[in-house]
Write a protein that binds this ligand. Structure first.
Ligand SMILES: Cc1cc2nc3c(=O)[nH]c(=O)nc-3n(C[C@H](O)[C@H](O)[C@H](O)COP(=O)(O)OP(=O)(O)OC[C@H]3O[C@@H](n4cnc5c(N)ncnc54)[C@H](O)[C@@H]3O)c2cc1C
Ligand code: SF4
Length: 338
């Protein structure tokens, strides 16, 4: 580990001032991803700007019936917050399917959005990796790519975004509030994470001198019919091989509205408006779920070791939609600790 300076930010304006003054600095919130990256020589910031004490730790109702979540709210507090458990149980389930209780106590909401891929080669600084060292090549495409992406890949990178929380936030159509030297702005969740293209070093559309301040959840939390299913190698903790967040609203016997997002399969949470259109106005039956899965996975491509993910994702989509429709969200993902 190379030496670095450590300072604390007093408020959001101070955090922006500090990062603008030293662009090679990094914000640190819970530190559960950044410190690992420093130890593995993947990141080497000259300064860590501690933002964990900023007054962004509240979960509050908004005037239009939604909920505003401060970027410093720990993942565990968010999952167990009464408003989230009652109105956004899909989000609560997704968070609790991630990491371990100790990690969820430390990890912040903002940091979870910005955690980096778990591609094996990204963490091995002795191997070529376009995300870590642009232009060096991608070791995963012809390497051990069991955990890598099947959708939205490019010739430069086949990494996945590893978050569980973000899959639910994508399905719920959250909005990310950010602040920077030019002022504040909002980014729709669908536009926050990027596909790798030929710039895989950029995971998101957040600028390096911007800070996430809050995440806003719209009023509809789909609290009656939802399910989050996470398929992984072990239950204690492991990143998703494939995960599915599904939420529905019914009008009589037919699906009035539906959201479905996949994790573990692409560089960002994967949604397909066309797949959701297939389901709207249909009865909640296996045939409709299979058609939606086919549309969601259109263009899916394996790279050898991860070919199995295509069939796995199809089965997981059908299962999750079925659970959501029946109002039986319970799945092997649940690791609730009281
Ligand atoms: C063993 C292990 C298992 C895990 N399993 C899972 C899992 O199954 N599912 C899952 O979803 N996650 C999992 N995680 C990841 C964990 O959820 C993330 O590490 C965590 O959410 C990151 O939050 P943090 O506050 O610790 O971020 P930090 O490590 O502090 O920061 C991460 C990045 O975000 C930046 N940053 C942080 N906050 C802000 C902000 N407000 N504005 C701008 N930049 C910011 C930092 O500069 C840094 O680049 C696991 C982690 C570990 C170590
Ligand atoms: S998939 Fe992306 S992160 Fe993994 S080695 Fe290739 S370029 Fe690096």
């Amino acid at each position: 580990m190379t030496p670095f300076q450590y300072t604390r930010a007093n408020d959001v304006a101070d955090a922006i001032k500090q990062i603008t003054a030293e662009p090679s600095a990094k914000f640190i919130a819970g530190g559960t991803n950044l410190l690992d990256l420093i130890k593995y020589d993947v990141e080497g910031p000259a300064r860590l700007i501690d933002i964990s004490h900023l007054p962004l730790g509240r979960v509050e109702e908004t005037d239009d019936g939604g909920v505003m979540v401060g970027a410093m709210v720990p993942n565990a507090d968010l999952a167990y917050h009464p408003l989230i458990e009652k109105r956004y149980p899909l989000l609560s389930r997704a968070i609790l399917a991630g990491a371990s209780q100790q990690l969820r106590n430390m990890a912040s909401t903002g940091g979870n959005l910005l955690q980096r891929t778990r591609c094996f080669y990204f963490y091995d600084a002795t191997t070529p990796c376009n995300k870590r060292a642009p232009g060096s090549g991608c070791s995963a495409i012809d390497g051990v790519n069991r955990v890598n992406a099947i959708l939205g890949t490019s010739e430069s990178c086949i990494a996945t975004h590893p978050s569980d929380m973000c899959v639910a936030m994508a399905a719920l159509e959250a909005t990310v509030h950010v602040a920077g030297p030019a002022g504040t702005r909002t980014i729709a969740f669908a536009d926050f994470h990027r596909l790798p293209g030929d710039t895989p070093q950029r995971d998101t559309n957040l600028d390096p001198d911007e800070i996430i301040t809050r995440i806003e959840l719209p009023a509809n939390g789909f609290s009656a019919n939802y399910s989050y299913v996470k398929i992984r190698d072990r239950l204690s903790y492991a990143f998703a091989l494939v995960s599915v967040a599904a939420a529905m609203e019914f009008e009589g016997d037919t699906i009035k509205d539906v959201r479905i997002a996949l994790g573990g399969v692409a560089h960002r949470p994967w949604r397909s408006p066309a797949a959701e259109t297939v389901l709207r106005g249909q009865r909640a039956e296996a045939g409709a779920f299979e058609s939606a899965a086919d549309v969601l996975l259109r263009g899916a491509k394996g790279f050898g070791h991860n070919d199995f993910k295509i069939g796995l994702a199809r089965r997981a989509i059908i299962r999750t939609l079925g659970q959501a429709a029946r109002g039986t969200p319970q799945s092997i993902s649940d690791k609730r600790i009281r």
